[in-house]
Unconditional design. Structure first.
Lengths: 315, 334
């Protein structure tokens, strides 16, 4: 019934009262704003050709470089702000691909059932048991490591959990009477899936998308850290990779390592918190355990025992 | 309530319809056997029986909407002489709702909670008549809501903003969207209080007169049948117990089950009379008695009832019953 009470406005109202969700949302919005405003916020142009002397390498934080300089003498703050763009772009696009594939597959399998479901779900299982990261490494290594390729690889490998989740929800929604009614009206499978099942799966898909975004960002950082990132764009993972492979640790340049790490944690945490908050807002029953004694039950227990149950009068 | 039926060739003719539910390792369960009835244009037929006697299965079989495990194993369903069971799925889909519409049991579940009532009523018009213009649809939906006594401006509200009675009215409006010949009403008044129940029945009766509808009313409430129906089909455990006009069913029932059912129902003219419950429970489909399905609970049971299932005997041309007692009123001697 949750879906029925108040629609999306009700969800927003409950989300606003959910501190975890609001913290996550604020953090994510901050990250997005920073990424969008990067050209205006960052003190230097990341693409400008600059003369670098040996003194600029791993220069510690100073009034000119608030977060110091990296192995090439570039401003870390500028890299950090522009890195947010790459990470968020990969996160959004890859998760969009993953959720679209997973949603479509889960919906089709759950709704059609029978052999179609068998084939699609076995395929999902196979994809699920193959470890994502090694496969991603192999694919990216074999193809050109560009941003598009990374987005595609992460998206095409990350849809399995979404497919399982959506299938489960579809199985329960398709049992509802209005699906039979739609069929009686003469609606075909595609129409019923689109107009009747999808709207009820959508809230779940939204929550899932938010969580998949964090996964995608993490995967991108991992790939970049392993040296499989797009060399032309500087993402947070890439920054970590450079810092790690080019002696930031031995140089004691913590400023080259902490900002990108902090950025990754910030966005992943934001998505996780927002996802959790959304989940609770969409399904308020998650907030209370069904066995937890709530106030009404305690109140009932304190009532004095009824001396004459009224049922006796009836029999 | 008597309704003059002029056209003698029936609108809907169901002959010896049988449905199995299959569940591979187990033998198929005989959910419906040899159901035969006709429906004239403008006629209201009541289909009465306990829960699990196959009423809903029968309705779904008529619309060819049985769940995956359901199989129509024999019989015929003719609509205006056209055999529905032979049609391909596409033709059948085009015919559903256009000719036979259905008012589903439990309006809350039959409405999608996240779409407006108006949208859902418009769905049938859009799918069957290809009307895409929003204004035309809005006007048609408004007219339909008006027909069932709901203000047209409530078309943009969601099902949860409707009361129980209104939801049921909206379901009726939805059933009428494509001006069908036959409306199947599957327990249209379940879960409504008596006042709303009376309103809904009145609405159905009015609409029937106004639109020349044929109605198949599925219910377990004999009172509702008496109010609305011309003829009554009493079902028990997936077979026909008795089929006659409403007067005959109420005043001279021939089948022991119909008699017992009527005794279990309050009679306003004799308020002091005790209600008689029927002992036992309806048969389970995977554990049917070998002979007559009512035999284990029948007060007049005799040896033959346990050995063979009785055929449906015609008592008069318009009254038939599936009981050996009808063929041989002496009973036990046979």
């Amino acid at each position: 019934m949750e879906q029925a009470t108040g629609g999306y406005r009700g969800v927003w109202r409950r989300l606003r009262r959910n501190p975890i969700g609001m913290i996550g949302l604020t953090m994510l919005v901050t990250a997005i704003v920073v990424a969008l405003l990067a050209p205006w916020l960052s003190p230097y142009d990341p693409n400008a050709v600059s003369r670098v002397t040996i003194m600029d390498v791993y220069q510690p934080p100073s009034p000119e470089h608030w977060l110091g300089a990296d192995d090439a003498g570039r401003d870390v703050l500028t890299n950090f702000l522009y890195g947010a763009r790459v990470s968020l772009t990969v996160g959004f696009f890859a998760s969009f691909i993953a959720v679209a594939i997973g949603g479509l597959l889960g919906l089709t399998a759950g709704f059609l059932g029978g052999r179609t479901e068998g084939v699609l779900m076995r395929f999902t299982d196979i994809m699920l048991v193959i470890p994502d990261l090694p496969l991603a490494v192999v694919i990216v290594a074999l193809t050109k490591p560009s941003l598009t390729n990374i987005i595609l690889v992460i998206g095409l490998l990350g849809w399995t959990s979404t497919a399982r989740l959506v299938r489960a929800q579809t199985l329960s929604v398709k049992q509802r009477k209005f699906v039979l009614r739609a069929r009686a009206i003469g609606a075909g499978n595609r129409y019923i899936m689109r107009r009747h099942i999808f709207p009820l799966v959508l809230p779940l898909l939204v929550v899932n998308t938010v969580l998949v975004i964090s996964l995608a960002i993490l995967n991108e950082s991992t790939l970049s850290f392993l040296g499989l990132g797009d060399p032309a764009t500087l993402s947070w993972g890439q920054m970590l990779n450079y810092a790690f492979t080019r002696g930031a640790m031995s140089a004691g340049a913590w400023w080259a390592l902490i900002p990108p790490g902090f950025g990754i944690v910030w966005v992943v945490l934001a998505c996780t918190l927002l996802g959790q908050g959304l989940e609770q807002a969409l399904n308020p029953r998650l907030l209370t355990h069904h066995l937890a004694a709530d106030r009404t039950l305690t109140a009932l227990r304190r009532l004095p025992p009824d001396p004459a149950p009224s049922s006796e009068g009836i029999t | 309530m008597s309704h003059e039926v002029k056209n003698r060739s029936p609108l809907l003719a169901v002959n010896h319809l049988s449905v199995d539910y299959v569940d591979p390792p187990h033998p198929p369960a005989a959910a419906l056997r040899e159901i035969t009835f006709t429906l004239q244009r403008g006629e209201a037929l009541g289909i009465v029986g306990e829960s699990g006697c196959g009423k809903s299965t029968l309705m779904l079989a008529l619309m060819r909407l049985l769940p995956a495990a359901g199989r129509i194993v024999a019989g015929s369903v003719r609509l205006d002489g056209v055999e529905l069971l032979d049609l391909d799925e596409q033709t059948m889909a085009a015919l559903r709702w256009k000719r036979i519409a259905m008012i589903f049991q439990g309006a809350m579940n039959a409405l999608n909670p996240v779409r407006t009532v108006g949208e859902q009523i418009a769905e049938a018009i859009r799918l069957h008549e290809g009307v895409g213009d929003r204004r035309v649809l809005a006007r048609r939906v408004g007219e339909l809501l008006d027909l069932v006594g709901i203000a047209a401006n409530r078309r943009d509200q969601y099902p949860f903003q409707y009361s129980g009675g209104m939801r049921q009215r909206a379901m009726i409006a939805m059933a009428l969207a494509c001006s069908p010949d036959i409306v199947i009403a599957d327990e249209p008044t379940t879960a409504l209080d008596v006042m709303i129940q009376a309103q809904i029945l009145q609405l159905l009766a009015d609409l029937r007169r106004q639109l020349q509808l044929s109605i198949l009313l599925v219910t377990h409430d004999l009172g509702i049948v008496a109010e609305l129906c011309d003829r009554v089909l009493v079902m028990y455990g997936g077979v026909m117990a008795e089929y006659a006009d409403a007067d005959t069913i109420y005043n001279s029932p021939a089948h022991p089950y119909t008699q017992a059912l009527l005794r279990a129902f309050p009679d306003p003219t004799r308020p002091a009379q005790k209600l008689a419950a029927i002992p036992g429970a309806p048969p389970r489909l995977n554990d049917l008695p070998p002979g007559c399905r009512f035999a284990p609970r029948c007060p007049y049971v005799f040896a033959r009832c346990h050995m063979a299932a009785p055929p449906v005997y015609a008592i008069t041309p318009t009254h038939s019953a599936g009981c050996f007692l009808v063929a041989n009123p002496q009973g036990g001697a046979a």
